[in-house]
Design a protein around this ligand. Structure first.
Ligand code: DUC
Ligand code: ZN
Ligand code: ZN
Length: 481
């Protein structure tokens, strides 16, 4: 059935224009003023509202098996919560255990994601290395629409990629035309600091940020960036949370290196005082990595987003309920790391970004949708409002307001990191693949309606990078006789 969004103002990364949007067969059929509804079409009244590309959250972990438990929001509940907040696509992560066959992990995640109600794609983490991993990376890019690989520089003894793995994987990714991403924290330092802090008698959640200070992130970000520079590989640094990591990204960009930075809504808006809460459950609910930082870092992150040195916003949505967090009651190192936010990312960024005069509406679209679509190669199918694009849209009511609370959110978790935050500007309607899936508080989702989104590798830009990398190899340098 066709769907007409009538009377709104279309806001994209490039422009703001009065237009109706007609959706048919899952795609946008027309964007123009005063379109007549086809016979039988559903009509959404967008009068006084903005019509924008649906949000893309490029960093989620639905039902992730992690630290002895499994994230509580699965691909069904998590994507449904996203739709309620205007997010119509996620890019989640396949994270093989060390020595686990990478392709079989990918198939496992694909199975779990079949219940998603919104479109999804996967980055694949490289957690170990041998020639089978290299071959599986190639198969994933050539046959399965994967075009980005993730590397955890933390979580020693579990999923941490050492420098040898980074070098091997980055090189292989370049040859395949796929960007690399990193979780930048120095895993050795985290391990040592955790041990020292615990032995000093600090066993509660307040030990968590002490064991992962900004320098630990800054060092890893800089190392990954410099490795990527040597190998000529484009790099995307996930969840940049502090000034030191932002400076590493900014410096590289100023030098002309192709480096991107992502910031989490939580890191922009929640500060580290949460870890000093004497209530274990509340403090533990905020344990995630990298941890929330002081206000000085938050301000730096906003400036990074405003200046364009950070291009995307995400959530790292990875929920654990209080009984799961209780595994670390006597030892902060055992608190499952992760927080939620997919339902609220768009509204908190609108309120504190557009509403506070930090971002224009077009910049808001860029950092919540379009930039992610371009960096991860699904643009203009996603991240745009144009004929032929997927009809993934959000109708945004700038006058609507609400107070965020775990009591009313749809995320399958018992707390909300934005609890009590009043926001003005919310999704009134969300359209996924041309269907109205959220309308003024009511979700109309269909289990399994979400589709896997193939992301092709990059060319010919990467071909040029590969030639440069080959020229830099010792074998290509003429030896003096
Ligand atoms: N950080 C988290 O807080 N949770 C999941 C993985 C990660 O890197
Ligand atoms: Zn991470
Ligand atoms: Zn993550």
């Amino acid at each position: 059935m066709a769907l007409l969004i009538r009377g709104g103002t279309v806001v994209t990364a490039e422009q703001t224009v009065r237009a109706d949007v007609l959706c048919a067969d899952g795609r946008i059929a027309a964007v123009a003023p005063d379109l007549a509804p086809p016979k039988g079409a559903e009509v959404v009244d967008a009068g006084g509202q903005y019509v924008m590309p649906g949000g893309i959250d490029p960093h989620t972990h639905m039902q992730l098996p992690f630290m002895g438990t499994v994230a509580s929001d699965d691909f069904y509940t998590g994507t449904a919560a996203g739709l309620a907040g205007g997010t119509t696509m996620i890019i989640d992560f396949v994270i093989p255990n060390p020595k686990q066959n990478v392709l079989s992990a990918y198939r496992e995640w694909r199975g779990w994601a079949e219940k998603a109600v919104a479109d999804y794609s996967f980055h694949v983490a490289i957690t170990w290395w041998d020639e089978t991993v290299a071959a599986d990376m190639e198969t994933l890019v050539r046959e399965h629409g994967v075009n980005s690989f993730k590397h955890f520089m933390a979580y020693k003894g579990a999923i941490m990629a050492d420098d040898e793995t980074l070098v091997n994987s980055f090189s292989k990714a370049l040859s395949l035309g796929a960007p690399c991403t990193v979780h930048a924290e120095n895993g050795e330092l985290v391990y040592t600091l955790q041990d020292r802090i615990f032995r000093a008698g600090i066993t509660g959640p307040e030990g968590h940020p002490l064991s992962r200070p900004p320098m630990v992130e800054g060092e890893a970000a800089n190392r990954a960036i410099r490795i990527a520079e040597v190998l000529r590989v484009p790099l995307y640094v996930v969840h940049v949370s502090c000034r030191q990591a932002l400076e590493a990204v900014t410096r590289a960009r100023n030098e002309g290196q192709r480096v991107f930075g992502e910031v989490l809504a939580g890191h922009l808006l929640v500060d580290d005082s949460v870890y000093r809460d004497p209530d274990f459950t509340r403090a533990a609910a905020h344990v995630m990595s990298p941890p929330f930082r002081s206000r000085e870092h938050q301000e730096a992150l906003w400036r990074g987003l405003q200046s364009g040195n950070l291009q995307t916003t995400a959530t790292d949505h990875c929920c654990f309920c209080a009984p799961q967090k209780a595994a670390g009651r006597d030892d902060f190192r055992k608190i499952p790391n992760g927080t939620g936010g997919i339902e609220n990312r768009m509204e908190v960024l609108w309120h504190h970004g557009v509403g506070a005069g930090r971002l224009t509406m077009n910049e808001f679209v860029r950092v919540t949708s379009t930039n992610a679509a371009q960096i991860f190669n699904v643009y203009p199918r996603k991240g745009s409002v144009a004929a032929g694009a997927d009809a993934d849209l959000v109708v945004w009511d700038p006058a609507a307001s609400k107070t965020i609370s775990a009591k009313t959110h749809r995320q399958n978790v018992d707390y909300n990191i934005f609890e009590g935050m009043a926001v003005k500007g919310c999704a009134s309607h969300t359209i996924s693949a041309g269907k109205l899936v959220y309308a003024r508080g009511e979700l109309r989702v269909e289990r399994g309606a979400g589709r896997y989104v193939n992301r092709p590798p990059f060319a010919p830009y990467y071909d040029a990078l590969k030639r440069q990398a080959d020229l830099a190899k010792p074998s290509a340098v003429a030896r003096p006789r």
